[in-house]
Every structure is written in structure tokens, then in C-alpha cells.
Design a protein around this ligand. Structure first.
Ligand SMILES: [Zn+2]
Length: 327
């Protein structure tokens, strides 16, 4: 079978489809799983013409008719994963399936987005972000949102711990919070195969951010989840970005180590007192970041600061901007 460059068979009946992104991240990995001519889509890409073209080329090469797609499954609601779910549903009539928490976040973030902008503004002001950067960030959020239309009309919820049948395999839906509150990974115990979403990635560390509607302590929940999963028998993980993962436990060890180091640097950066934006600048190379990436740096920094406040290592005081000091 002649497959387009963006499509690779990665396991029996599972194809990875690499959808380009207009960010430094460059690509989101989506998956097509086949069960005797019936197909599941896992994650979708941002809705842009080049993404549509790649999906259509994948369908042609794999002889997939729209009616052969029986479900659209999302690991989480971030725009690069959720963005084309509604397009897929309009094309196929299939249900979009995700955790209840992610479905709620998708509604708040992408559908009824307006009330959220004031919250984002307030968070950035409290974080000490200069106004000109806030303006650029707001433009970026709206242009990303434009790439999530149309929205799915029919969403089904996947319960944590339930079994999801995809590609002739039984996957257990594992709740893996941190990168997103209701992120689900899918584990096929028979083949020790994991669809890991953005919970475990090679080369880059998953962004762990305190966004305006994130539940408390995303970093603590992320590290707790990683520790609980580190010894799970996973031979191959199929992630949402970058390379396939073959050393599951080893990679998780590296991610935990990264956050321990980052916490130590964060603690160091608040010496003498600082606002979150200054801490972020001490941790990230801002010269090289777009406004969009600066916001990611800010929320990632806030997640680390919140963790340190939680264990009593840092004191947070309120004012026009939050101020952090070693406690
Ligand atoms: Zn994500």
C-alpha cells in the first residue's frame, strides 16, 4: 500500500497521521484505528486547509469512506487535538467521544469563549505581564479559536476506567491529569500499547499550566499520575507529538526529574521576591518566544509556583500583581 508521507503504520491496524500546526510545535500526531473496515479517529488537528488535505489523502490511501468512520475519540480538548472534531462529525455523522471534564472545558474555551477573555486578562495582569504582550496574546487566542470551527454537535462522554473498543482492541481509559484536567490515555493491556495523548512525550516535556479554569495543583496531580503509571507495562506508546515512546518507565523518570529541577530553579528565582512574569523570564529564554509561547511559559511558571506555595516553600501575596517570595 502506498501511503502519503504524513501517514505511517505504527502497529497492527493503527496508522499515525501527522497533521501540521502553525506553531513551533509543528505537528500533532493523530491516529486511525481499523477494525474490519470500520475506523476510529483519535485526535484531529487544527482545522486548516492543509490539515483537511492530509486527512483526505489518508482516507484515499487507506480506502476509508466517511461512513466507515464510527467514532471520533479525543484524548483532551486542546485545540490541536479537538480542532477538527466538528469537521469530522459533519463529514461522518459519528459521535465525538471524550471525558466529561474535557467536554466541559471545550465548551467553555472554544464555544462560549467570551466570558473567559476577561479572566485571562486578569490572570495575566496578576502575573505581571506587560500590556503589549497581553494584547498580542489575546489576538493569538482568538485566531486559534477560529481553527476549532465547526464545533461538534453531539459529544459522548468516556468514563475514567471504562473500556473503549477501537481498532478491534479493548483499551482501558486511564485518567491522566496535569497537562489537561480530564486527559485520557488509552491502554491496550493485551499488546501493552498506550495511546498517551500529551501526558508522556519524547524530546519535549508536556506543558503543565495553571490556566484560568484549571483545577488546583495541576503539577502535583501530573507528577502523582506519572509516579502511579511509571511501572505499568508499556511496550509502545503512541503520543500526541514527537517520536513514539519505547522506554516508558525511563521517559517518565526523565519527566519527573525535569520537574524536580524546574521546581528548584523556580524557588531560586523568587529569592528576594518576584512577580510570576519575572520568574518565567528567569526560567525560559524569552528572546526566542512568541507572545503565545510567553503565555505558555507564564502558566507553566504559575503551576510550579502554586506547587511550591502548596508545600510551604514559597509565600504568595496578593496585590495589583501576585508577589512570590521564598517562605
Ligand atoms: Zn495538549
Amino acid at each position: 500500500m502506498q501511503l502519503p508521507e504524513a501517514v505511517t503504520q505504527v502497529a497492527a491496524g493503527i496508522y499515525q497521521v501527522q497533521i501540521p500546526l502553525p506553531f513551533a510545535l509543528r505537528i500533532v500526531n493523530c491516529y486511525l484505528l481499523e477494525d474490519a473496515g470500520r475506523w476510529t479517529v483519535v485526535d484531529t488537528g487544527l482545522h486548516r486547509p492543509d490539515a483537511e488535505a492530509i486527512w483526505r489523502a489518508a482516507f484515499d490511501a487507506l480506502h476509508i469512506e466517511p461512513g466507515d468512520i464510527t467514532q471520533i475519540v479525543l484524548t483532551h480538548m486542546h485545540p490541536d487535538h479537538y480542532g477538527m472534531a466538528g469537521w469530522f462529525q459533519a463529514l461522518t455523522g459519528a459521535p465525538v467521544r471524550m471525558s466529561a471534564r474535557e467536554a466541559e472545558s471545550a465548551l467553555v474555551t472554544w464555544v462560549y469563549a467570551d466570558p473567559r477573555y476577561a479572566l485571562i486578562d486578569a490572570q495575566m495582569h496578576k502575573g505581571g505581564v506587560p500590556q503589549e504582550i497581553i494584547n498580542l496574546v489575546n489576538e493569538g487566542i482568538e485566531s486559534t479559536r477560529q481553527m476549532t470551527f465547526p464545533h461538534p454537535k453531539h459529544i459522548e462522554h468516556i468514563a475514567y476506567g471504562s473500556t473503549v473498543r477501537m481498532g478491534g482492541r479493548d483499551f482501558k481509559a486511564i485518567h491522566a491529569p496535569g497537562h489537561s484536567d480530564g486527559l485520557i490515555m488509552f491502554y491496550d493491556e493485551a499488546d501493552k500499547l498506550m495511546l498517551s495523548g500529551d501526558h508522556v512525550l519524547m524530546k519535549i516535556t508536556p506543558n503543565i499550566g495553571l490556566w484560568v479554569d484549571t483545577e488546583p495543583q495541576p503539577l502535583g496531580r501530573f507528577m502523582g499520575s506519572l509516579r502511579a503509571l511509571q511501572h505499568l507495562d508499556v511496550k509502545l506508546a503512541l503520543p500526541g507529538h514527537k517520536a513514539l515512546i519505547t522506554d516508558w518507565g525511563g521517559r517518565i523518570g526523565e519527566l519527573l526529574h525535569h520537574h524536580d529541577e524546574r521546581l528548584a530553579k523556580t524557588l531560586d528565582a523568587v529569592k528576594g521576591g518576584a512577580v510570576a512574569f519575572d520568574v518565567a523570564r528567569a526560567l525560559f529564554n524569552f528572546e526566542r518566544l512568541s507572545a503565545h509561547e510567553m503565555r505558555f511559559a507564564l502558566v507553566e511558571t504559575l503551576a510550579h509556583l502554586e506547587y511550591l506555595v502548596g508545600i510551604g516553600a514559597v509565600q504568595q501575596t496578593d496585590g495589583a500583581a501576585w508577589r512570590f517570595e521564598q517562605g
